[in-house]
Design a protein around this ligand. Structure first.
Ligand SMILES: Nc1ncnc2c1ncn2[C@@H]1O[C@H](COP(=O)(O)OP(=O)(O)OP(=O)(O)O)[C@@H](O)[C@H]1O
Ligand SMILES: [Mg+2]
Length: 340
């Protein structure tokens, strides 16, 4: 027997989905010693403040590209523990549209070294839509808002006809909160705290009914710890810059849709996936500004991994690394099973 998994290697999280679409997640960070550069801890353990204080925090993936083979393998090893299987593992790994075959083989060899017996690659933009519940023959605009990047793909009948990666993601929104707190209260707070504020009360659209949060920061001048209260309304405007960049990148893709395809693609509109898509009101704001319907996927942060796992489940054994063929095969499956 073979255990089939979907593996999404993100800047903030590695997400693994098994064939039942159960999802496990491990933060994709490592802490390395300041002096020796050896790894102190990886994943969840590395998130703890004590570890972070001792060393330098590194993130091995940005836009799916590897910074360091050593950290990458450690983190993949941590993530695969979630699977807990003695069977052979076959992974379908998500890659950006622009990933080349050299990058694929580098990644494949790391995944192999960590115990995966077979590995295939599928474009994350397509996987995100499949994981969101759409058939692989879909025509739609796939927008995956990650922590570091936003991947935009225009997909016509299952084929990517335009793709772009914008240098904006959830972390830029965290930094906007951090800057605001420094400007308003002259308080320094960590990116971990500003991320929690964004997720807890952040909004880019009116109407988030969340209680204000009291945060503790370090006064920039004296170093004293003091408290400050922040509400959704207080920080509503602080996301303007990253929000504009994100909307601009999506608009750039949307306006390139060939006229003959517009009707079919706009029928499904924009499908939002990725954890960054959960920012309150992002879907409404995008729809209002771009004039296109926007659907936020359920559990958007899980969609890519689940889509990869679904691809894996229906992947013919002999198939090799060719996303297009996989899409074709999947379409056959969906058609024969009367999926939408
Ligand atoms: N409720 C929420 N509100 C706003 N943002 C959220 C929420 N939940 C998660 N996020 C953001 O989602 C981001 C992580 O999403 P995800 O796991 O899809 O990223 P990633 O795949 O690791 O990154 P990338 O795709 O850029 O490599 C973080 O920036 C996090 O703050
Ligand atoms: Mg991602």
């Amino acid at each position: 027997m073979v255990t089939k998994i979907g593996l999404d290697l993100g800047y903030a999280n590695i997400t693994v989905s098994d064939a039942s679409l159960e999802v496990g997640r491990e933060p994709s960070i490592a802490i390395i010693d300041k002096n020796t550069r050896r790894i102190i801890s990886v994943g969840r353990d590395a998130l703890s403040a004590e570890n972070a204080a001792e060393g330098i925090l590194v993130r091995p993936f940005k836009n799916g590209i590897l910074y360091s083979a050593e950290f990458t393998k450690e983190i993949i090893r941590e993530a695969l523990k979630v699977i807990n299987t003695s069977e052979n593992i076959r992974a379908v790994v998500g890659v950006p549209d622009e990933f080349n075959s050299k990058q694929e083989s580098e990644l494949a060899s790391m995944v192999w070294e960590e115990g995966v017996n077979e590995c295939f690659f599928v474009k994350r933009a397509v996987a995100g839509l499949i994981g969101a519940g759409y058939a692989p023959t879909i025509s739609a605009v796939s927008v995956n808002v990650g922590a570091a990047k936003t991947e935009i793909a225009i997909i016509y009948q299952g084929t990517i006809i335009y793709s772009a990666t914008a240098d904006v993601g959830g972390e830029d929104f965290d930094e906007a909160v951090q800057r605001y707190i420094l400007e308003q209260g002259e308080l320094n707070i960590s990116l971990i705290d500003s991320k929690a504020i964004k997720e807890g009360i952040g909004a880019v659209w009116d109407g988030r009914c969340a209680d204000p949060i009291t945060i503790t920061g370090t006064l920039a001048l004296t170093g004293n710890k003091i408290k400050m209260s922040v509400s959704s309304e207080d920080i509503l405007g602080v996301f303007e810059k990253p929000l504009f960049e994100l909307l601009d990148a999506v608009a750039n893709g949307v306006k390139r849709i060939p006229i003959d395809y517009v009707e079919e693609i706009f029928a499904n509109g924009i499908v939002l996936t990725g954890g960054g898509a959960k920012l309150f009101g992002l879907d409404k704001m995008m729809s209002k500004v771009l004039g296109v319907s926007v659907t936020m996927a359920n559990n958007p942060e899980d969609c890519v991994a689940r889509g990869l796992s679904l691809v894996n489940t229906f992947l013919p054994i002999k198939m090799r690394n060719n996303g297009k063929n996989i899409t074709t095969q999947l379409s056959k499956y969906y058609k024969s099973n009367n999926k939408k």
